[in-house]
Design a binder for this molecule. Structure first.
Ligand code: 3H9
Length: 707
């Protein structure tokens, strides 16, 4: 069979076996439903209809997935016939039984195809879900109408709003599957199932004809769910539309419900959030594509050493244990190692308390942890991560020790967040084995891992670090050495812009609110209170010696720290934190400090709207991002996007700062910077790369492919 779309062989093959038309979908890697697959499915339906010897149809996916959904690379391009909703309707309309035999993921449009079939069976390791919400969409091929008929309206709404994947067992219990097969082969499972149907003369059973089991109670429950969803998904477009579609399923005949769904789907498809979320989906995967991946193989990675049992060291230890690795944690004395053990155990105890883990499983994990106060115990580890106090001298001492002790070929990693890794590597006789692994706190939770490649780091060591990230399910971003690498360097710049705004007239509370309204979970001053003002204070003191005296320096944070107000941990920072009350309250005394600093500097406060605030905040972020790119500290704009989405709370639906900049328009970003430069030309120096892109009429997206 050829695909009419492009005259290539069709990715859908059919074969008649015992009167059963076996339809194999073969579009690696995950059988996404592109135009050729849709055309192939349509042709297979026509074949089944017109060939009298076909008694039933079996749909299977070749390889590791049934179907992972619509081909999301097609979104944003002109739609190509046949469209998936029509194909699903044709499958359902067949008057011979159609069975979907699922192996692996049946997601989004993939599950919609399966729900349009008359029966469903799956291998035990299959995953079923409607994750469109994570891409700014809703199930648009009948999913919002068929899922309520199979599993009930509320369960369907919850599945679609969560984007979660159900296990085969859970999907069976929920009513999505007729059976979980014991065998691993989808064709064998499916053939056995169809044979049984035929033997029983089982009828065609169309999902569209089934009643919704909770039709009486769902409307009121959906109102409550809608209210909860609005509160939970601030700023997101598609969740409310999903609920509207489920309401339509309850209220309208099936075909009207489908038309209603289609209209809402197109609204989602056209929304900028869809574009941002799909960019984030691909960025999450593209970051692992680095030059070293093709140039070298990772070294063996079974055993890890972690130096330090504080918050960071313990978090890294948990991440490594969760990845199935053997971990040796080293601390300087018995008290510190006991504290390290407690920090690690706390995480697993809490899982056991919340019944997310059995006590037995906790013991099995902790059995892979060795605690020691002797560096010599690191002599056999494959990779060691140092997470000690952030001081170059201390780190150099640690690396000199590691160089003496660790076996040849061990990867020596530092978790520094800004120190010069070349200088750390230089104290060893093996600088090519040294790399930065910058985890974010809490290290067992945060997805971002900045992999900092120093001057002499070998490709093999880089590949090993990426392999570690893969095992830990992190989002690895390759960064070069500079003060703060990608994330903290750009953060420092936009934080500076925020401080200027504050001194010039915006209150810290106005700034935090504008940033939250943009989509961040919290603003920069709330963040500072959370992480501890003393950390930034120490950095500012360190940098004071080298700071260009012409640079504008805002001292408000110093005034606050001088009072011992370091944020949440001291009960006071930019906000006051009353005992037992969640979140902080604005502090009138902080407002007085801000006023006093303005007066001391002779600044007459101006009014800034939320839009004024965000334009400066974002312009600073994007401009520094362009500089980071130009210097090769980040490989591509998408690496910066992934850094901020997965490590700094940047709203995923905006696609990351560089993607946002393209959408806002680079000429607009540049015009803003040039306007702000009239107030402070030193801070607002446009990045030459930004100027170049504007002059050439290009966007950051044009730099996303590696040469
Ligand atoms: C939808 O269905 C809309 C419909 O309701 C309505 C239509 C009208 N398309 O993640 P991996 C690529 S919306 C295109 O590394 P894993 C992926 O980029 C869709 N490409 O593997 C990667 O490419 P590369 C709803 C896709 O084993 C490669 O496949 N469905 C798609 O860790 C391997 O992916 C979803 O949201 C796609 N749909 O995980 C499911 N999916 O090798 C999205 C994957 O070049 N997909 N690719 O980097 C997933 O969740 C995971 O990929 C999956 C496999 C669990 C399937």
């Amino acid at each position: 069979m050829t695909s009419p779309a492009n005259h290539l062989p069709s990715p859908v093959h059919t074969a008649l076996q015992e009167g059963i038309l076996v339809v194999r979908i073969d579009n690696p890697p995950v059988n996404a439903l592109n135009a050729a697959v849709r055309a192939g499915l349509q042709a297979a339906v026509q074949q089944a209809q017109s060939d009298a010897s076909v008694r039933a149809v079996l749909l299977v996916g070749v390889g590791r997935a049934f179907i992972a959904g619509a081909d999301i690379r097609e979104f944003g391009k002109p739609p190509q016939e046949p469209l998936l909703p029509g194909v699903c309707n044709q499958i359902e309309a067949l008057d011979k039984p159609v069975v979907a035999s699922i192996n692996g993921p049946a997601l989004g449009g993939g599950l919609e195809v399966a729900m349009a079939a008359h029966y469903r069976v799956a291998t035990p390791h299959s995953k079923l879900g409607l994750p469109e919400v994570t891409l700014g969409l809703l199930p648009g091929a009948g999913g919002t109408q068929r899922a309520p008929r199979l599993m009930g309206a509320m369960a369907a709404a919850e599945l679609m709003l969560s984007g979660k994947h159900l296990s085969a067992d859970a999907a069976h219990k929920a009513g999505l599957l007729d059976a979980v097969a014991s065998g691993a082969d989808a064709v064998d499972n499916g053939l056995a199932f169809v044979r049984d149907l035929l033997a029983r003369n089982a009828p065609v059973r169309r999902t569209r004809d089934q009643a919704i089991s909770d039709a009486a109670t769902a409307p009121a429950a959906l109102d409550q769910l809608a209210a909860d969803t609005a509160a939970r998904n601030k700023g997101l477009f598609s969740p409310a539309k999903i609920i509207d579609c489920v309401r339509a399923a309850l209220r309208m005949p099936f075909d009207e419900g489908l038309a209603f769904e289609r209209a809402r789907f197109v609204e989602c498809l056209d929304s900028p959030q869809r574009a941002g979320l799909i960019h984030a989906f691909f960025a999450e995967r593209e970051v692992a594509k680095i030059p070293e991946a093709s140039a070298a193989q990772p070294r063996p990675l079974q055993t890890i050493g972690v130096i330090g049992g504080g918050t960071m060291g313990a978090g890294i230890t948990v991440a490594a244990l969760d990845a199935g690795l053997q971990v040796t944690m080293v601390e300087r004395d018995a008290d510190s190692i006991a504290r390290g053990r407690t920090n690690v155990e706390k995480v697993y105890n809490s899982l056991v308390d919340r019944q997310r883990m059995t006590a037995q499983a906790r013991e099995a994990v902790l059995a892979r942890l060795t605690l020691s106060t002797d560096y010599d115990d690191l002599k056999d580890v494959d990779l060691v991560i140092e997470a000690v106090f952030e001081d170059l001298g201390v780190k150099k001492e640690v690396f000199a020790q590691l160089d003496r002790i660790c076996k040849s070929g061990a990867v020596l990693a530092t978790n520094t967040s800004y120190l010069d890794i070349d200088a750390i590597a230089a104290v060893t006789r093996r600088p090519s084995d040294v790399i930065g692994l910058h985890f974010f706190s809490p290290a067992n939770i945060m997805r971002l891992l900045e992999i900092v490649v120093a001057e002499r780091t070998s490709a093999e060591v880089v590949a090993t670090a990426f392999e570690l990230a893969r095992k830990m399910k992190k989002v690895p971003v390759r960064a070069g050495v500079c003060d703060g690498f990608i994330g903290n360097r750009i953060l420092a710049t936009y934080r500076q812009a925020a401080d200027y705004l504050m001194e010039d007239g915006a209150s810290p509370y106005d700034i935090d609110k504008a940033v939250r309204d943009f989509g961040y979970p919290m603003g920069p001053y709330q963040m500072m209170d959370l992480t501890g003002g003393d950390i930034g204070w120490a950095t500012r003191k360190r940098k004071a010696l080298t700071r260009d005296p012409k640079t504008r320096y805002v001292e408000i944070s110093d005034r606050i720290c001088e009072r011992g107000w370091f944020g949440q941990k001291t009960g006071r920072g930019y906000y006051v934190y009353a005992q037992g009350v969640r979140g902080g309250q604005p502090d009138p005394e902080v407002a007085q400090i801000v006023d006093a600093e303005r007066a001391r500097k002779g600044v007459t406060p101006r009014a800034f709207s939320a839009d004024d605030i965000m334009r400066r905040y974002m312009a600073a972020m994007v401009n520094e991002g362009a500089k980071v790119l130009e210097e090769g500290v980040a490989l591509r704009p998408l690496d910066i996007d992934a850094t901020f989405i997965f490590g700094y709370g940047f709203p995923r639906w905006r696609g990351g700062p560089m993607f946002w900049a393209d959408a806002y328009g680079l000429p607009n970003v540049l015009a803003d910077i040039e306007a702000f430069a009239k107030e402070d030309a030193l801070f607002w120096q446009p990045a030459p790369l930004l100027q170049k892109l504007v002059a050439e009429g290009r966007g950051f997206a044009s730099l996303n492919t590696l040469k």
